[in-house]
Ligand binder design. Structure first.
Ligand code: THU
Length: 131
């Protein structure tokens, strides 16, 4: 596992705004130019408006002008003892905003990790090709 990327994600985990679930999530994108872009989950009293960490990081990267070809990997960590896998909404967004082969690294609260390819998280997806 990329230690720099993990430390970047761990470093912002405390910024997760999760007063309702207490379930803190952070994400860190490693760009091919070496830059790291992080994100955390941001909840809302109107629960459905909450934004996941993965999407926060990805939307930030795109807002900065980066696109899928610029991104090497996405690491996701939480304050949980088990390895947490991205929710369905995030998988759909990840499928469009990352390449199929982008490395996805899932890490628990002690540094135990599991690595997958983006496409493995959402096979037979609805994509822009269907439109
Ligand atoms: N959450 C994420 O940030 N990423 C995921 O992939 C799963 C869920 C957040 C949403 C909510 O703030 C909290 O975790 C509990 O669902």
């Amino acid at each position: 596992m990329d230690d720099t990327l993990y430390k970047a994600a761990q470093g912002v985990l405390k910024n997760a705004y999760a007063p309702y679930s207490k379930f803190q999530v952070s994400a860190a994108l490693k760009l091919k130019n070496g830059e790291i872009i992080t994100g955390v989950n941001v909840e809302n009293a109107s629960y459905g408006l909450s934004n996941c960490a993965e999407r926060t990081a990805l939307f930030t990267a795109y807002a900065k002008g980066y696109q899928k070809e610029d991104i090497e990997s996405l690491l996701i960590t939480t304050n949980q003892a088990h390895i947490v896998s991205p929710c369905g909404a995030c998988r759909q967004v990840m499928r469009e905003l990352l390449t199929e082969d982008t490395e996805i690294i899932l890490v628990n609260n002690t540094g135990k990790s599991q690595v997958l390819k983006n496409i493995e998280l959402l096979p037979f997806a609805f994509t822009e090709d269907d439109l």
